[in-house]
Design a binder for this molecule. Structure first.
Ligand code: ZN
Length: 70
């Protein structure tokens, strides 16, 4: 099967939409190390989705060992 020459969707936008799920953020955000979460937050903000960044940060901070890192 050949890959299409033109994408008809933005895979990054679909991926970040998938991550905009409170239940998923609550389940996984605390599992990330602080530096990993900061990378994710920076990526989400760079993609124009500060809402997703804040969602994951909110859930991470509930169990974060060092909130000063954020
Ligand atoms: Zn943290």
């Amino acid at each position: 099967m050949f890959a299409p020459d033109v994408l008809f969707y933005d895979p990054t936008a679909l991926y970040i939409d998938m991550l905009n799920a409170p239940a998923m953020a609550a389940e996984f955000a605390w599992r990330y190390a602080c530096f990993e979460l900061n990378l994710f937050i920076g990526w989400a903000e760079d993609q124009g989705r500060p809402d997703v960044a804040q969602l994951w940060k909110h859930h991470h901070l509930q169990d974060c060992d060092d909130p000063r890192l954020h």
